[in-house]
Design a protein around this ligand. Structure first.
Ligand code: NAD
Length: 487
């Protein structure tokens, strides 16, 4: 396969472009060749998006919404094909790509398609006058994605941007160039004007060209804190708007009155879904001392039953991490945890056979790891590992755990397990995090805002809240009397 740019409604030539090989993380065999956008491609994609923007913004919200809803229907009708492409590209289990990745992309398109006709300003009654506001589109917006949820990230950015009347140029991660092209095709098949959703391929250099381009009004990134800081700085000279969805090291707090089975289920979901490569993961699991042993016994037993193996097998629970280099990075965190004195309760090795006895030694597999005897200062408890590594931290008092949970530069997410309704809310209200759960974890319905506080980012995706990040408000004063001039 060749993964080229998708500009003005069609795939472009890869000729005379720098290229790289895209690998399947489960086998490390090539899936295809991807072609880096050059400066001419960037100019062509911006010109095409500007043209589409002028056609698109002139449509009514209802007309725009219809195209988004149709795109969602097309994605759902192609779900098996796209989910398989995503699984091969990312290494995640097919059960996940079917149930979550493609579906949540379609959910976003349906949701923002549904509200596109209702995006409106306010009317203000004034003395002998009135005023009103218009939420107007920004223009051409750039979306830059991470590799863990490629089509979901593309749709979470494109759906609100397009619903508000903008055009979008999307750059997927260089590690996952595949599914954004499927989204682009679905938009075209749904009747979107050519250029409304373009895709450019490449690494951070292409991302930086988008950030620098004077005709791009806004940049929305999903990626690491380090990249977020570069984009924020890069957007500053032209005072471009930015939305930054960045990394985290989120706390999941389990009080001793919690339902232990539910809390263990949440801890597993919060650490091992998508091989632990989820930004909002609750990787610091704080457990109140009284229930520590019961919690650990169940956590260990259920973790050891996680079926690691071929991501294309519907029975697989956990696939391969994104790249051989990322596997080494995760393994080096595990080594650091051991060296710092934490106890590796289970996992953390590279399996040779999968749960059905198949040879998986060529892929980037790792068994889910649990560390106990951790302390807050250890590297594994401070840094985002972005792999299947869970750290257990023990606590005694509510005040203590709140202070320890907040002792992080990150503030993406947090969870609390308790059967005391007052404590649940009291604790959550004091946690410095943008996205929180009481008695569950990592559930991200399209109806609720998603995003981070502190260094985990700024702006919000999903829900009605996303509209303000893809529009600019115009205030209009209308005089009903005479102009009162002192001259
Ligand atoms: P990354 O920061 O390395 O790359 C993200 C994207 O930014 C890629 O497309 C990359 O090519 C691009 N990029 C890199 N340098 C750039 C530059 N100077 N200018 C413009 N673009 C540039 O992140 P990653 O390794 O792809 O993804 C993992 C990270 O993403 C983790 O930190 C994870 O927590 C975070 N993430 C956050 C969310 C969220 O919603 N908060 C969701 C998923 C992933």
């Amino acid at each position: 396969m060749a993964y080229t740019q998708f500009i003005d409604g069609e795939l472009t030539s890869g000729a005379q472009r720098e290229s790289w090989i895209n690998y399947n993380p489960a086998t490390n065999l090539p899936l295809g060749e991807a072609f880096h956008a050059n400066a001419q491609d960037i100019d062509a994609t911006v010109a095409s998006a500007e043209k589409a923007f002028h056609t698109w913004r002139a449509k009514t919200g209802a007309e725009r919404g219809r195209v988004l809803v149709k795109t969602a229907e097309i994605l759902r009708s192609r779900i098996e094909q796209i989910a398989l492409l995503e699984t091969q590209d990312v290494g995640k289990p097919i059960a996940e790509s079917l149930a979550v990745d493609v579906s949540s992309a379609a959910d976003a398109l349906e949701y923002f398609g549904g509200i596109a006709a209702s995006i409106h300003g306010d009317y203000v009654d004034l003395k002998n006058a009135f005023g009103y506001t218009r939420p107007e589109p920004l223009g051409v917006c750039a979306g830059i994605g991470a590799w863990n949820y490629p089509i979901q990230i593309a749709a979470w950015k494109a759906a609100p941007a397009l619903a508000c009347g903008n055009a979008m140029i999307f750059k997927p991660s260089e590690l996952t160039p595949v599914s954004a092209l499927e989204l682009a095709k679905a938009f075209m098949d749904a009747g979107a004007p050519a250029g409304l959703f373009n895709v450019v391929q490449g690494d951070g250099r292409v991302g930086a060209m988008l950030v620098d381009h004077p005709q791009i009004a806004k940049v929305s990134l999903t990626g690491s804190v380090a990249t977020g800081k570069k984009i924020y700085a890069g957007a500053a000279p032209l005072l471009k708007r930015v939305t930054l969805e960045l990394g985290g090291k989120s706390p999941l707090i389990v009080f001793d009155d919690a339902d232990i089975t539910n809390a263990v289920s949440a801890a597993l979901l919060a650490n091992f879904y998508t091989q632990g490569e989820v930004c909002s993961n609750g990787t610091r699991v704080f457990v109140q001392r009284k229930i520590l042993n019961a919690f650990l016994a169940q956590l260990k037993e259920r973790t050891e039953k996680i079926r690691v193996g071929d991501p294309a097998d519907p029975d697989t629970h956990m696939g391969a991490v994104i790249s051989a280099a990322h596997l080494e990075k995760v393994m080096s965190f595990i080594d650091a945890g051991k060296a710092a004195g934490a106890t590796l309760l289970t996992g953390g090795d590279k399996p040779v056979k999968d749960f059905k006895g198949r040879d998986i030694s060529a892929g980037n597999f790792i068994t889910p790891a649990i560390f106990t005897n951790c302390d807050d200062a250890m590297e594994i408890c401070r840094e985002e590992i972005f792999g299947p590594v869970l750290s257990i931290l023990v606590f005694d008092e509510e005040e203590e755990v709140i202070q320890r949970a907040n002792n992080s530069v990150y503030g993406l997410a947090a969870g609390v397990f308790t059967n005391d309704i007052k404590r649940g809310h009291r604790v959550i209200h004091q946690l410095q995090a943008g996205t929180c759960w009481i008695n569950n974890y990592n559930i991200t319905p399209i109806e609720l805002p998603f995003g981070g506080n502190k260094q985990s980012g700024m702006g919000r995706e999903n829900s009605l809240a996303a509209i303000q990040y893809y529009t600019q408000l115009k205030s209009v004063y209308v005089e009903l009397g005479n102009v009162d001039a002192p001259y």
